[in-house]
Ligand binder design. Structure first.
Ligand code: SF4
Length: 403
């Protein structure tokens, strides 16, 4: 089936992917003034000049003082991958699942400041009460994985599948790390959202209603999860949006059980089996614990696999003196190491590469948001199209209802 409309649509990979290594270095990253960090080569939202040269310590002092004035009218959520200088101000920290649950149940705060990335703030906005506002402090804090599933490409894929299959035989299932419009497509088509905490349960549920799943946008989470459910690799195909029919034959599409979108996390695909072998050679009793966004080879070589919340509690509950090689984002691993001084905890990747989109929530943005709230202004709000909000909430609620 020839589809010329697909060809030559993009000549470059999404820019956030290219920017992903912007903060890689050999030492623990240190928060600088915003004007210094602006030199890192990533896109930043501009801020009024008075915030640009404020020393990090001064910003910290001001946030402490001013945040207290706002009290419980404001709720600050912090994802585990945020830098320490932000996490210290979070009322609740967690992975995207835990934060989504809080966003869905908190009715007190008039304003939710989401220190995370764009898709997370969109999710909070979809689940928020009608009178609640959700703020993302820096609008350029996106996610390279989410950017790999462009809504128009996903819609085209869905329409292609519609022409080939009986659509009552396939369920769209999107990882939380996707745009609200993709969650909305899932909501409209009897589909689901999942997180890395509940992907297996949600996939199981989806297989109860159809024998085929379109999994978006992380091929690795999709593959690793389907494998745990016993789906053979030959029944999984990858949909490459740059190719006709995703690069698959009609027969392959019809025979498949899981169609994996060709997306990945630039942070978690940095981990490899050589790093694991080196860690095992150095520490024979080591426990290797990785996130399911890592490749299948890495996940298969690990001792434990789970979401950031799982990683945090597993290491927290581990015995004194145990050794942990972790495959997830460095800001979180550094914090985990600090919180568990009686254990050896380190990142499997020797290069320090924080998620560059998470890292864009510099404390100056948080101060700017708080200053505006104190003046009665709500800046950087996430406003979803009402039908997208409604349909993505349907898919999110279907996920939250799964026990
Ligand atoms: S760690 Fe990966 S999936 Fe998570 S926000 Fe960063 S780029 Fe996106």
């Amino acid at each position: 089936m020839e589809n010329t409309a697909i060809k030559n649509k993009y000549t470059a990979i999404p820019i956030t992917e290219l920017e992903q290594s912007a903060f890689c270095q050999t030492e623990k990253p240190k928060t600088e003034t915003l004007d210094v960090e602006f030199g890192s080569g990533v896109r930043w939202q501009s801020l009024p000049i008075q915030y640009m040269k404020l020393p990090p310590k001064e910003i910290e002092t001001q946030i402490h003082k001013k945040r207290a004035i706002l009290g419980q009218e404001v709720l600050i959520l912090g994802h585990h991958y945020q830098r320490d200088e932000i996490i210290q101000f979070a009322d609740i920290t967690g992975d995207s699942f835990k934060l989504a649950q809080h966003a869905a149940t908190n009715t007190e705060a008039k304003t939710v400041i989401f220190c995370g990335v764009h898709f997370m703030a969109e999710t909070a906005a979809a689940l928020a009460q009608p009178d609640q506002k959700v703020i993302l402090p820096n609008m350029t804090a996106g996610c390279s994985m989410s950017d790999m599933a462009k809504p128009e490409d996903v819609l085209e894929c869905w329409n292609n599948l519609n022409e080939i299959l009986d659509m009552s035989s396939i369920t769209p299932l999107t990882y939380m790390n996707s745009a609200a419009s993709i969650k909305s497509l899932c909501g409209e088509n009897n589909g689901y959202v999942c997180t890395s905490s509940n992907a297996a349960k949600v996939m199981e549920k989806a297989f109860e209603q159809t024998d085929k799943i379109l999994f978006l946008p992380d091929q690795h989470l999709g593959r690793n999860t389907a494998k745990t459910l016993g789906i053979p690799l030959e029944k999984m195909i990858v949909w490459n949006p740059y190719k006709d029919l995703g690069g698959n034959s009609l027969e392959k599409i019809k025979e498949s059980k899981v169609i994996l979108w060709k997306g990945h996390c630039s942070v978690h695909t940095r981990f490899n089996t050589d790093q694991i072998s080196e860690a095992r050679a150095k520490y024979p009793d080591i426990n290797i614990l990785v996130h399911p966004e890592c490749t299948m080879e890495v996940v298969d070589s690990a001792d434990y696999v789970g979401s950031t919340e799982y990683i945090r509690t597993t290491v927290g509950n581990a015995s004194k003196g145990s050794v942990w090689g972790i495959g997830t984002e460095i800001s979180m691993v550094n914090r985990l190491s600090k919180a568990n001084p009686d254990k050896t905890v380190f990142c499997l990747d020797p290069i320090v590469c924080p998620c560059s989109t998470m890292y864009r929530i510099h404390p100056a943005y948080l101060l700017w948001v708080i200053d505006n709230l104190l003046e009665g202004k709500v800046v950087n709000t996430i406003d979803l199209d009402p039908s997208i909000a409604k349909n993505s909430k349907i898919a999110l609620d279907r996920m939250l209802a799964i026990k």
